[in-house]
Design a protein around this ligand. Structure first.
Ligand code: EPZ
Length: 426
């Protein structure tokens, strides 16, 4: 297992490219199951989870080819071809490593009339149920059975009729599974209280490019008119708003000045608003976002919420920044029940954060000091990197595989900005 060694205290200065969005790519890839024609996805980030999903698609008999990227390039082009699907089961040993595998359930069911997917189980940030995925598919006419740790889904002969489902809780993944299943259903499907994340919009845009008919894109009330078949497409994955927000926090905590090339400010409003309230200069520039800070940071009070609220995936990174604010901030994590795994490690770096249930009080401290810390989940790991960039001395972040799931070539991007950072084998 690799670790990253950071010598903190350097202001981040310069420009870096924002990679393709992991959480869009992971729902665009399974769309290949919906057609027997080639689907080409551009700007795919070079991440462990993308490799994992490619491997899962190969298990179904989907051919995949990677093209158009030299080692020094960011991003890749992948063409997927589900001409014939030879297997409709996503096995435990693959699903347990990447819970986003559950996103094959809807498209596989729509294409083949059946799908068997291992229950994903929980992860570090919570138990991550999939009941809403299953209820939405049942509302569309699927028969769902749970047996031996697997979900077995079947569509009536002739395909899913479609239906209406009003989500009791906003769920990104359940909305995505339902959208992919509805695209080729026999009739119309209405999804109420659907997730509105930009990644959902990206999925809708791809499905429309493949021939789907969807109304209400970008809103929480979606109507999908099922079509008999979808065709192939070539599509560019949206830029990663969470990666961009993470580097914005890194620039801010070091009192630096960074341009994030390819960022879409209009998809980062809640993050940009929070950073401005904390005293960070955040300005849209042509083709990206410019972030600058002079060191003085103000405390914040905010809660995470479904889009367009403040993203839960940005909570840990903002917390690291607020450890250096002049005063106490109050953060409330409303989406996941255990998303403060970064707190004990931040406190070992001299932070002063107290948690009680879903609320964290971040008392600003004059400085952080380097330490050996352990990554536990993707965003917690980035929180520790951000703290390490501002900490005096050396920080070692162990279990880097967590970071490799969501941040393409992190140490190269940080080095481009002047950070003193090194990746070594553990
Ligand atoms: C997606 O996860 C993202 N992952 C997560 O990003 C992100 O944190 C989350 O959405 C919220 O924005 C991908 O897109 C691959 P949810 P997902 O269904 O779809 C509960 C990262 O760091 N729920 O919107 O699993 C659930 O427990 C990752 O990049 C049910 O109760 O999230 C949670 O409390 C982490 N039943 C809430 O809803 C269900 O059937 C939101 O979960 C599904 C979800």
């Amino acid at each position: 297992m690799d670790k990253i060694i950071i010598h903190g205290g350097k202001r981040l200065l310069g420009t870096i490219p924002v990679s393709g969005a992991k959480n869009s790519a992971l729902t665009l890839i399974p769309c290949a199951l919906l057609t027997d024609e080639p689907l080409t996805l551009r700007n795919l980030p070079r991440l462990a989870d993308i490799d994992g999903f490619q491997h899962l698609m190969n298990q179904f008999g989907v051919s995949t080819t990677i093209a158009g990227s030299r080692p020094q390039d960011f991003g890749r082009v992948m063409t997927l071809e589900a001409t014939r699907i030879t297997n409709t089961t996503a096995p435990y040993e693959l699903v347990r490593k990447m819970r986003a595998s559950i996103l094959v359930l809807g498209p596989m069911l729509a294409r083949m009339g059946e799908a068997t997917v291992s229950l994903p189980g929980g992860c570090a940030i919570g138990n991550r149920p999939i009941d809403l995925h299953l209820k939405a598919l049942e509302a569309m006419g699927a028969e769902i059975e749970l047996a031996a740790g697997y979900v077995r889904a079947r569509a009536p002969d002739g395909g899913l009729p479609g239906g209406e489902y009003d989500f009791p809780v906003v769920s990104v993944g359940a909305t995505e599974n339902a959208l992919m299943a509805a695209a080729t259903a026999k009739g119309e499907t209405r999804l109420l209280n659907a997730a509105r994340e930009p990644e959902i919009v990206d999925l809708c845009k791809l499905l429309v490019a493949m021939g789907a008919e969807i109304e209400g894109i970008g809103g929480s009330d979606l109507t999908i008119h099922g079509v008999t078949r979808l065709h192939g497409a070539t599509y560019e994955v949206m830029p990663d708003r969470i990666e961009a927000g993470s580097y914005a926090c890194a620039a801010a905590i070091t009192g630096g000045e960074v341009t994030l090339k390819g960022a879409r400010p209009e998809e980062m409003s809640a993050t940009n608003h929070a950073l401005r309230n904390a005293g960070v200069r955040v300005e849209p520039v042509k083709g990206g976002l410019h972030v600058a800070a002079d060191g003085a940071l103000r405390p914040l009070t905010l809660s995470t919420a479904p889009y367009p609220g403040f993203a839960t995936d940005m909570q840990a990174q903002l917390m690291a920044l607020l450890c250096r604010a002049e005063g106490s901030s109050v953060l409330t994590e409303t989406i996941f029940e255990n998303r403060y795994m970064h707190v004990p490690e931040l406190n070992r770096m001299g932070a002063h954060v107290e948690t009680k249930g879903r609320t964290a009080v971040v008392h600003g401290v004059p400085g952080l000091h380097g330490a050996e810390v352990m990554a536990t989940d993707l965003r917690a790991s980035m929180s520790l990197v951000i703290a390490g960039l501002a900490a005096a001395g050396e920080t070692q972040v162990h279990r880097l595989y967590h970071l490799d799931r969501g941040y393409e070539r992190l140490e190269e991007k940080l080095a481009l900005l002047g950070a003193e950072v090194e990746r070594v084998g553990d």
